[in-house]
Design a protein around this ligand. Sequence first.
Ligand code: MTE
Length: 881
Amino acid sequence: MEDPKTDSQGIPEKIETLGTQQAKDILPPSPPPTDGSVSDADDENVEIPLPPPTTIPTQTLDVDLKTPDSHVPRDPRLIRLTGVHPFNVEAPLTALFNEGFLTSPELFYVRNHGAVPQVQDQDIIDWEFTVEGLVEKPITISLKQLMTEYEQVTYPITLVCAGNRRKEQNMVRKSKGFSWGAAGLSTALFTGVIMSEVIKRAKPKRKAKYVCMEGADKLPNGYYGTSVKLNWVMDPNRGFMLAYKMNGETLRPDHGKPLRAVIPGQIGGRSVKWLKKLILTEAPSDNWYHIYDNRVLPTMVSPEESANNPKWWTDDRYAIYDLSPNSAICYPQHEEQLCLTGATSTYCAKGYAYSGGGRRITRVEVTLDKGKTWRLAGITYAEDRYREVERDLFGGKIDMSWRETCFCWCFWSIDLPTSEIAAAKDIFVRAMDESMNVQPRDMYWSVLGMMNNPWFRVTITLEGDYLRFEHPTQPALMPGGWMERVKKAGGNLANGFWGEKLEGEEQVVSSDEQAGEVPMVKEGLKNPITIDELRKHDDEKAPWFVVKGEVYDGTAFLDEHPGGAQSIISAAGLDSTDEFMAIHSETAKAMMPKYHVGSLDDAAKTALTVGETEPDQNASPAETFLNSKAWKKAVLHGKKIVSWDTRIFTYKLEHPTQRLGLPVGQHLMVRLRDPVTREAVIRSYTPISEIDDQGYMEMLVKVYFANASGKGGKMSLAMDALPIGHFIEMKGPIGKFEYVGNGKCLIQGKEKFVRTFIMICGGSGITPIYQVFRAVIRNPEDKTKCIIFDGNRLFEDILCKEELDALATDNGHRCTILHTLTRAPDDWAGLRGRITGELVRSNSSRTDDALALICGPEAMEKTMHKALLQQGWTDDQLMFF
Ligand code: MTE
């Protein structure tokens, strides 16, 4: 078990403080906290928690390059909850907890409804916002004025997304929200100005009751905006502020650079980022995001009912403001194992708790017997340390001694006897606040899946000598958690007993099934769609995408999509079943028939890898490895560096005598998941190992590294980064061509006899060509002739040269191999330049029994296609891999 790097008070062991000058430097950009000490305080013996060490990300991640957020450098550890864009992320729960009381900005959760507004450092202090509406003196204030004309304060504040722990709700029944784990919260020291000071200067009129806020992010339904009550803003105990610094540095772009509202004690949705307007009104905000977001509708309101009846959304009683009490177990971690042999007599369980409206968490209780008996955990309130000091920090005054409200999370811990944990089935935690609000035993499911706060349960399973712990879920699409396990086993998570089978219980029907599947296709539409048709719409103008084998045209929805057009464009031409089903609500699904254009034909389904089935785990391993319907796992066994950018990867099959099962001329698909985004990357490859090799297979892969002209090859980079012993997934065979031998080919299942192969390839396009060539030459009976045209840039780029030469030796009458280089060395005796139609024409002749096999970069394939047609070749004589 990894120990959290906090002391018993929940304070990071190594306290990093800022130098005085640095702390006073309020003008951006300010450097990250390093070391030094707070020296200007007369209460310097009191240690206050200061931010953990931070590293400001400087490079945009590859995944963000094609999105509107390409200007925002981010930390790759964050778990993306809504695909690549918009950016909605949480840190791994253990990483968040281990940071201690304050979270470094790069690990702080992010909830962005759309693209991040771009603000240059030099423009920050000129950023303006207005105070308008029901005020005597409407004003426009620049950030510079805010920093210089008002009193500056620094407060520790925990922000919590109302969706924190929503994945648990989605496991019970899909809500209209994406799947947050239990790390949708973070804490920072915010520096800025008390909001009421600014409002007072504008002199609110008597009728003003609400303060509406608006950000600079333009979304499909207008600018992001919401409102809070004016009397809350004016209440000093509530600490509403306008902040421009977070942990002593300028706000990072994802967190509202350069200015945001920070509303302590309330859901994060009220803390408007990139703040442009404060508007005083008589009624709550009519902003689309205020009305259709951040509500807990009554539990019986289904997604359909909420979509059909607007009254649910405009009833302000269902809007959420104050947070409710909540807690989570951080240790034991998900999938932590505790070895009973040699274990200490107690295990220290720990985690976090928070409540809303400034209410203090007054007790945290833990049970090992499903709530029959409870034990009291110890609580540390790191926030209270700041009440003991009065000093300046990061250019703002810490002045909290007079205020009793709690704005931050607290940490609880309890020593549990190991023997009692071993005898238990689960550990639950629940918290209570000073108003005696206690977390409920049962989940309150609602359409938006917000404010989920039932007792947090970690299951315990005895496996041999080990105890294995499982959290309820893992965020986003990440598999794992006891809820998923229980559901797969047919348990009903809504049965009041966490899906455990009850005595006398007959059949268990999950509430998903009760709710029925929402139809997503146009009634009566029968329009088979080929893979080529789909690929024609693999662009941003008219993007088509596939969900469960059905094809949808996203063009008309580009402007309206709540996540922005980019989310649809990213799915163009792809099977997005996993992502779509996991992220979208039943309301979104109900809209799908409108965009339905047809169904993929069978060949297209195979090509797109939909309809995959898990192989039967109990079946004895097959004679051949590949399965065209299921992804199979092959473990990376070895890696040979052939050149600076070329590798031969060896993968281990399921058993030592197993063959790959790939006919000559066909390919297989390889799938890897991006560890950060869980996005699947799929490419097809042809192995270079012999088809009859047993137990192993080898693949020659050219690694496309990032350089000035591009970000590199996603798949080849991921394959290169995979450690030995880790698996990749394969599926196949695929391809419309197969070489049977002695000139016999199968093209889309039809026989064809060939006397001459014209083989044209570039770069790693040699691999399928090499398979066929080797099959021809290895067989002395095979009279088929092969002429290979192999184009490369440099001599060292020529792949499989030795193997090709070895096969050609003594077989000159059956084959010719022509290499041509575009950047040949002076002593190169071979051909120079690209492969052209003329080169092919002058070194081969078109006959009716010739077949051209072509594999290379798209541009080369296009050029050859055109040139060969001009020379009298017909399309059925050309085979593009
Ligand atoms: N402000 C703007 N302008 N746009 C947004 O998308 N998201 C809100 C809030 N403020 C949002 C916004 C929500 S729902 C949350 S939970 C918090 O910002 C998240 O703040 P963070 O991303 O800094 O953690």
